[in-house]
Design a protein around this ligand. Structure first.
Ligand code: ADP
Ligand code: MG
Length: 839
């Protein structure tokens, strides 16, 4: 049992703007603990109640200042916890702090760079690395990912997530068994045999979380997320299994409701968050007080799930994330106060060992059988059936090998069958008697001289026997080779074709088998391996496809708008950067893959040479009728050292390639996530603009409401609100125009089943030929600057001409296709031809 208080660490986030000096200081002088001093600026007039104190001091195990990187945080906080989980103890790491203070960044990581990987991916990597190193135990790893939002639990790895919103999913509920152990119903456990599989699960959960989020429910800041690694281990042959759980928890933002001043739905959520954080606080207060018999775990779902982590069987660590800017001082102080209370809680972690019932049954069955055998010996129970011919033969063989075995420890194992034991004794007696008779006759007939020569003869006999054995072996080798050659000749045509294609395939793969021996196996089974690779990338692409929605269903205008939206989006730089890095890594992996294949070929070649050399020597021995020379073969030694060198090179390159593979996978997942985010933001922007247009549709002539693309500039406050103001880039105006024409085209094109009247109306009131060129020009609020205005008008005119031509082209040359593009639900030719006439 390990008794330990909850370890508390603090991490200070780098400020968004330039940091005001003197707000805090860190004192690292003391042993084992560091202290953080938060200094209250004197000019705090913005709502902060100055309670006369000028500074606050808080103690932490360690404080990570702004410049601490993710690797340092992992090494100091998560690695020791991961190690105790590997040893069989439960572990929890939770991040607590206000929204934007870096909880998600610390626990999961940044979405941009590989080096920003947070605690979860690094811990997974570390755990799988350790599991691979330790062959003395059999490990099983499972993953679950739970989100708690508004006091309800949701399974982020539920396959139905892709189709539904968060609220439609079956809720994860808590069940308690008579021993008061908590079980979570509807929370799926997914086995992960490799780091890659575990990472895929993490990204799947994160993407599901992002998708379920709508502007109305910013679940990521208002929900708690618990990523759990379940690790079981057992020694081969043992029935004792160790279970350990590692919870990595990203809590909801800890800010107070009063400050945020929210209402309606947000208030409900804020209440829930604060309620569950409030209950967490209550549990912590109760635990930190001595002699408190009742701990209110059951008040909220989160405290129920984390019951073991708080004052129970777990090694728990808290990371207080702080955003030490002027306006966040009060929240930071309250985070630190919370941490100080947490530090008082004592946990008692024990090894979670249990007996696996299946293994226990096998063990007991064996024991019963042994006892039965013993009992049969003791009671002398006899079996009536005589031993069969095969059994007798088997026994005689056993006896012969027992007698020939030089090992004094060797035993004659025949089981607990009395018939067999008796037969063995009889047989041994017979052998002994036979030898006695033979011995007597030899003694009587041989002289003393002959006795002296006996050892000599024995030696010669042994030598001859060895040579005979050697020859036998050689003959066997040659016969096998002959057989092989014959078979090769028979299969030559067929197998050569097969080998060529397999070889080519294996050369193309940048990820070769683990070792040269495996290479042969992998060649044979390359088809299933590739299928698996496909399934991984297929999983990703299908996920992306599902998440991003059907791009193909977008209208042309929308697609164009999306392209520009994408280009101007802040994340596109990250995506491009990551693309570049990925490209580099891919080419490195490819080059490495080629070198590995080359090394593998060399290894194969060297092995072949060594075998050839053996065969030659054997053949030489046969032809000259001499034994194989005992002199060391220099040529062979040279080949062997070359072989070892090549194997070493192969191993080094393979390790590097494996690391590259993990990095590539991670970058791909990051990019996929960024793409989903981009698409989602575009959809939201598009939907909002569409609904705005619809509200104002009768006039369709005011563009003031158009919102600029989100995140296209650092600060939206700095942007003027007029769309066609000079400061907007032409691409943005163009993009708006595409959006406008698209919505507008949808409006004027016939509906699925247009009534004759509506067709009439559309013909008379909004003829395509007039509407498209005229509407925007007449409705655009111009800037007043004649030069800029005329530029805009010229630009719009040119764009309209292109669009008109495009529509005409589509209508004339691919009417059915165009109809589905322009008005997806209506392949109504009549309607289109009306427009065509108008055009
Ligand atoms: P929270 O989860 O607490 O709401 P986030 O982790 O989402 O906060 O952090 C908010 C922003 O700050 C993110 O853009 C994140 O990348 C950035 N950030 C947080 N901590 C750090 C850090 N230590 N270094 C660099 N950027 C950080
Ligand atoms: Mg967060």
């Amino acid at each position: 049992m390990v008794k330990q208080t909850i370890q508390i660490f603090a991490r200070v986030k780098p400020p968004v703007r330039k940091q005001q000096q003197g707000i805090y200081s860190i004192d690292e002088d003391e042993k084992l603990t560091s202290s953080l001093e938060i200094i209250l600026p004197r000019d705090l007039a913005d709502g902060f109640v100055n309670n006369k104190r000028e500074s606050y001091n808080f103690k932490f195990q360690r404080i990570f200042d702004q410049d601490a990187n993710q690797e340092t945080v992992f090494e100091n906080i998560a690695k020791p916890v991961a190690e105790s989980v590997l040893a069989g103890y439960n572990g929890t790491i939770f991040a607590y702090g206000q929204t934007g203070s870096g909880k998600t960044f610390t626990i999961t990581g940044g979405a941009e760079r590989y080096s920003d990987r947070g605690i979860i991916p690094r811990t997974l990597s570390y755990i799988f690395e350790q599991l691979q190193k330790d062959s003395s135990k059999i490990y099983t790893t499972q993953i679950s990912y739970l989100e708690i939002y508004n006091e309800c639990g949701y399974d982020l790895l539920d396959p139905r997530h892709e189709a539904s919103s968060l609220e439609d999913l079956p809720k994860v509920t808590i069940l308690e068994d008579p021993e008061q152990n908590i079980h979570l119903k509807n929370l799926s456990l997914h086995q992960a045999t490799t780091e890659e599989e575990a990472l895929n699960l993490l990204f799947l959960g994160d993407t599901n979380r992002m998708i379920a989020e709508t502007p109305m429910n910013q679940a990521s800041t208002r929900s708690h997320c618990i990523f759990t690694i379940h690790l079981s281990s057992k020694e081969p042959g043992s029935a004792t299994v160790r279970h350990a759980k590692l919870h990595l928890v990203d809590l909801a933002g800890s800010e107070r409701v009063a400050k945020t001043g929210v209402g309606g739905q947000l208030l409900t959520e804020a209440k829930y968050i604060n309620l569950s954080l409030h209950y967490l606080e209550q549990v912590i207060i109760a635990l930190s007080e001595k002699h408190r018999s009742h701990i209110p775990y059951r008040n909220s779902m989160m405290t129920s799930v984390l019951r073991d982590s708080l004052g129970g069987n777990c090694m728990t660590t808290m990371i207080a994330t702080l955003s030490l800017e002027k306006r966040n001082i009060d929240e930071s102080i309250s985070t630190c106060r919370f941490a100080q209370r947490v530090a008082l809680i004592k946990n008692e972690a024990v090894l979670n060992e249990e007996i696996d019932p299946r293994l226990m049954i096998i063990r007991l069955q064996k024991e019963i059988q042994e006892l039965k055998d013993e009992l049969a010996i003791v009671t002398g129970e006899r079996r009536t059936e005589a031993l069969t011919e095969a059994e007798l033969l088997q026994l005689e063989k056993l006896i012969t090998s027992f007698l020939e075995d030089q090992d004094p420890e060797s035993r004659l194992e025949v089981g607990a069958d009395m018939r067999k034991i008796h037969h063995c004794f009889h047989h041994l007696k017979k052998l002994l008697n036979d030898k006695k008779i033979l011995g007597n006759s030899t003694v009587s007939s041989e002289s003393k001289d002959q006795d002296c020569q006996e050892p000599l003869k024995e030696e010669e006999y042994k030598k001859l026997r060895d040579i005979l054995k050697q020859r036998d072996n050689e003959i066997n080798i040659l016969v096998n080779m002959l057989k092989k050659e014959k078979k090769k000749a028979q299969d030559a045509l067929h197998s050569s074709r097969m080998d060529r294609s397999e070889f080519r395939r294996s050369q193309n793969s940048p990820f070769p088998p683990r070792n040269p021996e495996e290479g042969q196996r992998m060649l044979l089974s390359s088809a299933p391996t590739q299928a698996q690779d496909f399934s991984t990338s297929g999983y990703r692409s299908s996920l992306l496809h599902k998440k991003t929605g059907m791009r193909e269903e977008m209208s042309l205008g929308r697609q164009e708008a999306f392209e520009i939206f994408k280009r101007d989006h802040a994340d596109s730089v990250t995506i491009d950067d990551n693309k570049q890095i990925l490209k580099q890594r891919f080419s490195e992996a490819k080059a490495l893959g080629e070198s590995i294949n080359e090394a593998r070929r060399k290894i194969g070649h060297l092995k072949e040479e060594i075998t050839q050399r053996h065969i030659q020597q054997v053949a030489l021995g046969i032809s000259e009728n001499t034994a194989v020379p005992s002199m060391p073969d220099l040529q062979e030694e040279r080949l062997r050292s070359q072989l070892e060198e090549e194997k070493r090179r192969y191993k080094t390159m393979f390790t590097r390639l494996k690391a590259l593979k993990v990095e590539i996978e991670h970058l791909q997942l990051l990019m996929d996530k960024a793409k989903v985010k981009l698409q989602k933001e575009f959809e939201a922007w598009w939907a909002e603009e569409a609904s705005n247009l619809q509200v104002k549709s009768p006039a369709l002539n005011s563009l003031d409401h158009m919102k600029p693309f989100p995140q296209t500039l650092e600060s939206q406050h700095d942007r003027p609100q007029l769309l066609f103001n000079k400061s907007y880039p032409p691409t943005f105006c163009f993009c708006w125009f595409v959006f406008y024409s698209d919505v507008y085209a949808r409006k004027i094109l016939p509906s699925p089943c247009p009534s004759p009247r509506s067709q009439e109306q559309s013909r008379t009131s909004t003829p395509l030929g007039n509407s498209i060129p005229e509407r925007p020009t007449s409705s655009v609020p111009l800037t007043g600057d004649s030069q800029t205005d005329s530029d805009i008008l010229a630009f719009i005119k040119a764009r309209q001409n292109i669009l008109q031509k495009k529509y005409l082209h589509l209508l004339l040359f691919s009417a059915p296709k165009a109809s589905s593009l322009l008005c997806p639900a209506s392949p109504n030719k009549k309607g289109l031809s009306d427009d065509m006439v108008t055009c």
